[in-house]
Design a binder for this molecule. Structure first.
Ligand SMILES: Nc1ncnc2c1ncn2[C@@H]1O[C@H](COP(=O)(O)OP(=O)(O)OP(=O)(O)O)[C@@H](O)[C@H]1O
Ligand SMILES: [Mg+2]
Length: 507
């Protein structure tokens, strides 16, 4: 039966990849002008469902009705023509081109005039209507990540989107950019546009959505009104068990210094000074949190510690030994594990097998290699154990890495880095893109390592994560540590101030 306020009706939708059923008999509706969150653990099938709605994949069963009519798209082009847009987590923009050129070139569907002047006027109006402050003649390469995302949204608005799907749009945004994105999305909703938002952040679900659909292991678990739920209830629906939001931290006294950074100055890849005379110490049994808005030197600090930075002065010592000028492989061998900020670029070889990625950088370790011969059995056993411990959703350890869901890619790096008895771990946003069950596991694992005596440097923009795990918090701003405080909630506002560059009670 048709319901007049339903825009999109998903009925018994099924999508398989070989032996794996990524979406199994899923049914729910999207109404006109609603914001509908799609929730589910890593690998639950959210992106797959979104790509089926957007015409990237062809469903294997069920039907999708749009405005009461059955649709079957052959490509995203058909979806766009029908009024369905999508913002992917990895943008599809051409950086040397301007905003205007990107919007017009990216939307060359028949019937749209390609005249720049008319395009400019139309876009300018859209920017005003949805309160998007963008210079349409600016090159995309000069825009921040948040602004690039607006270009993707503009592309959809330009062709008259009626349903916009966003796949984890906030994973790459700062808290401030997220706020702005949400105000644009609210303006769209007020103009009758329906929104499907995929996110792992329950706070965001509560803040922005009218309804929520929860998927688990490819199946539809529930569609509920957001206002009838709280975060704990949503978490339980998602994971299928209760989730502990705040872990107990044991009281272990600090041990000796494991990593010392002394007067570190470094340049970024563009050759500009981006770390200025930074000093701090991380002890055994200690998690030092580094809070700060992205782009304040975190990447350069990470690069220097793992041996890939442009250090110009200062020292980095592991257990008293200067490692500043060592090769990355030597640094790994000394016992430093690292979780990089950009996993796909820095942490994984996407065309390799999962088991190969699980030992990447450690393939010559005695455990995995004898002479020049790889110990396939040990590698395979290690992969099976990691897949079980980290609950990585894969069909087999020999599957190609590229086919994994976003969160499962992340778990491979975590499994690899945290399983090799490190002395020191630098973890950059270790749970970004992970579902709450996996986040809980990683947090537990980091605390366990701390209890065992590992020193940990936790670099994250997520203040909840920083507070829950750290013993001390240092704030980085424009390449300087502008203060260090104990990890107590009473320091929350001083940390906020320091992140904006205002020094506060340092200890
Ligand atoms: N092209 C593909 N070929 C084979 N398997 C795939 C393909 N795309 C996804 N899968 C598998 O389908 C399942 C669902 O993946 P999907 O990307 O939809 O999950 P997700 O809910 O978006 O997870 P995440 O939160 O980690 O992004 C996963 O087990 C994944 O490995
Ligand atoms: Mg996904």
């Amino acid at each position: 039966m048709e319901t007049p306020d339903v825009l999109l009706s998903i009925r018994n939708h099924t999508k398989r990849f070989g032996a794996l059923t990524a979406n199994s008999d899923i049914s729910f509706d999207i109404r006109y002008g609603e914001t509908h969150c799609l929730l589910g653990a890593n690998g639950a099938g959210k992106s797959t469902l979104a790509e089926c709605l957007y015409g990237t994949y062809k469903p294997d069963g069920g039907e999708i009705l749009y405005k009461g009519k059955r649709i079957s798209f052959n490509s995203p082009r058909d979806a766009i023509k029908a009024g369905i847009g999508m913002v992917h987590q990895h943008f599809v923009l051409v950086p040397p081109m301007t905003v205007l050129e990107n919007v017009i070139a990216g939307t060359d569907i028949p019937g749209i005039t390609l005249k720049m002047k008319q395009g400019y006027e139309k876009l300018d109006l859209l920017c005003k209507k949805f309160d998007i402050n963008l210079d349409l003649n600016a090159k995309v390469s000069q825009l921040s990540v948040g602004e690039q995302q607006w270009v993707e949204i503009l592309k959809a608005l330009y062709v008259g989107v009626e349903l916009l799907i966003l796949d984890e749009p906030t994973a790459v945004l700062t808290p401030k950019e997220t706020e702005k994105l949400f105000s644009i999305l609210s303006a769209m909703r007020n103009n009758g546009i329906s929104i499907i938002l995929i996110t792992h952040k329950l706070r965001e679900v509560m803040a922005i959505s009218d309804n929520v659909t929860v998927l688990r292991k490819g199946k539809h678990i529930a569609t509920v009104e957001t206002s009838s739920m709280n975060m704990e209830e949503l978490a339980t629906l998602m994971v299928g068990r209760e989730v502990i939001f705040r872990l107990e931290k044991s009281n272990v006294p600090n041990g000796e210094v494991v990593l010392e950074v002394d007067g570190l100055t470094a340049k970024n890849n563009g050759g500009h000074d981006s770390l200025h005379n930074i000093s701090f110490k991380v002890h055994k049994h200690e998690i030092l949190g580094i809070a700060g808005v992205a782009g304040n030197g975190q990447q350069e600090l990470f690069d220097c510690i793992v041996g890939a930075g442009n250090q110009t002065s200062g020292k980095i010592c592991l257990e008293g030994k200067d490692i500043s000028h060592l090769h990355p492989k030597q640094i790994i061998d000394l016992g430093i594990a690292s979780i990089p900020p950009d996993r796909i670029k820095e942490g994984l070889l996407m065309d390799f097998k999962i088991e190969e990625n699980l030992i990447l950088g450690r393939q010559t370790d005695k455990k995995f290699c004898h002479g020049s011969i790889l110990d396939k059995k040990n590698i395979n056993n290690f992969a099976i154990e990691s897949i079980r411990n980290y609950d990585i959703a894969v069909l087999s350890p020999t599957q190609k890495t590229r086919l994994l869901s976003g969160g499962n890619l992340q778990k491979i790096i975590l499994a690899r880095e945290l399983s090799q008895n490190p002395k020191f771990v630098i973890a950059s946003s270790p749970t970004r893109g992970l579902d709450i069950g996996a986040t809980e596991y990683i947090h537990k694992r980091l605390l366990e390592l701390r209890d065992e005596g590992v020193g940990i440097l936790l670099v994250s923009e997520d203040l909840d994560e920083i507070f829950n795990l750290s013993d001390k918090i240092a704030v980085i701003y424009r390449g300087n540590i502008i203060g260090t405080v104990p990890a107590e909630r009473s320091y929350f506002s001083s940390i906020g101030l320091m992140m904006a560059g205002i020094p506060s009670e340092a200890v």
